[in-house]
Design a protein around this ligand. Structure first.
Ligand SMILES: *Cc1c(COP(=O)(O)O)cnc(C)c1O
Length: 380
């Protein structure tokens, strides 16, 4: 689809909501009869939670996981009243009244949080809904077994807190061979049996592709929805995002010409260079300087010299002259280069690449399911 160039932006991130929905269906049918929620923290990993969440709601998703109260408030009005929003980072002091008023489900990660939520329930004279997280061996968030046992032994607890879910999180779900996965599962099953009435959840994307024992009642994938398979092998998830950057200027340089900050990247022969309108302030990693790539119709365009804040330079020499002109876009993520490729070049993980993009690029949503929605297809 050809679009008018938006002169407000030097790069564009295209998010295909149809592919997102297809990924949701793939995971949901893989884990059935367990239910499939969606993790939409960090603005749906940078894709735009206000568009991602309602698309997944239409696909049947009813449980949405955010990290912070602010993220719950930012997305709640895009969802139907039967959707639940779970706040993973827990119940911060002072957040109780807002959480209760909006019907958000705080994850109670510590005794102090349980105590404050129960205090509000008593003051309001009604049980308040919540999720309980236990730490089954990751040492990050959640109650330990002793604290969970004490709660289970306290009959007032289930009168004051309506337990919608008991959950834990896996440290090594992306590595199916690690013994820690089975150990955490066994630890969790033991604690979970203390709260037999509550549904249970253990699996992120990685867990959703471990054995069905990890699916429990609800899975909560994030990265797999957004197009990255959590395991190094396994059926690829379909890519949801594409990133293109505009050519700001093209120049020919003589052999030995240093390029950009520090005059790195000199080469022994004459070259044609293009300066692209994307840099580390757009979330494009500075560590790709001298090693990463842009692409044009399957041809690699190596990054030359350091990545600047707002731009970087690539080598066009391999292309026939006049293939590209100022104002044209080249591919940074798309058919020639995946998130996993960029992550590996940058020495990081696809999550970090994805969550940093999207704040400064034009964000274009495609793949809306209805004609009315398609008419609104360009959203920023
Ligand atoms: C981020 C997160 C998820 C989703 O993780 P992915 O690896 O992106 O699927 C699920 N559960 C918890 C507790 C998380 O913090």
């Amino acid at each position: 689809m050809s679009r008018p160039i938006n002169a407000m932006f030097s790069s564009r991130l295209t998010v295909d909501l149809g592919v997102l929905r297809a990924n949701y269906r793939t995971i949901a049918s893989h884990v059935a009869p367990a239910a499939c929620g969606a993790t939409i923290k960090a603005d749906a990993y940078g894709l735009g939670a206000r568009d991602v969440a309602p698309a997944l709601y239409e696909e049947g998703c009813r449980t949405f996981f955010v990290a912070q109260l602010r993220e719950a408030l930012g997305v709640a009005d895009t969802l139907g009243g039967d959707a639940e929003i779970v706040i993973l980072n827990g119940l911060d002091p002072g957040a109780e009244a807002v959480c209760a008023a909006h019907g958000f489900l705080p994850v109670l990660n510590a005794d102090s949080q349980v105590g404050r939520w129960r205090g509000l329930a008593r003051a309001l004279g009604k049980p308040l809904p919540a999720v309980l997280q236990v730490d089954s061996g990751m040492a990050r968030l959640g109650l330990d077994a002793v604290a969970a046992q004490a709660l289970a032994a306290d009959p007032a607890f289930i009168q004051e807190v309506s337990l919608r879910l008991i959950m834990t999180h896996l440290a090594c779900a992306d590595e199916p061979g690690r013994a820690a996965n089975a150990e955490q599962l066994a630890c969790f099953q033991e604690i979970r049996s203390l709260f037999p009435a509550a549904p249970a959840s253990i699996a992120n994307s990685g867990g959703a592709f471990l054995s069905s024992a990890f699916h429990c009642d609800l899975v909560r994938p994030g990265i797999a929805l957004y197009g990255v398979h959590p395991h190094s092998s396994g059926p690829p998830m379909a890519p949801v995002v594409r990133l293109d950057a505009r050519i700001l200027q093209i120049r020919d340089v003589e052999a030995g010409t240093g390029v950009g900050y520090g005059l790195d990247g000199a080469a022994p022969s004459r070259r044609r260079l293009a300066t692209l309108g994307i840099g580390y302030a757009d979330g494009w990693p500075r560590s790709l300087g001298g090693t990463g790539s842009a692409w044009h119709t399957g041809q690699r365009l190596p990054i030359v010299g350091r990545v600047s804040m707002d731009s970087m330079t690539v080598d066009l020499t391999a292309l026939a002259p006049d293939t590209l002109a100022e104002g044209d876009f080249v591919e940074l993520l798309g058919p020639s280069q995946s998130l996993a490729d960029v992550a590996s070049d940058a020495g990081t993980i696809a999550y970090e690449i994805l969550t940093r993009l999207g704040t400064r690029s034009e964000r274009i949503f495609t793949g809306y399911q209805t004609a009315a929605a398609a008419a609104l297809e360009t959203v920023q």
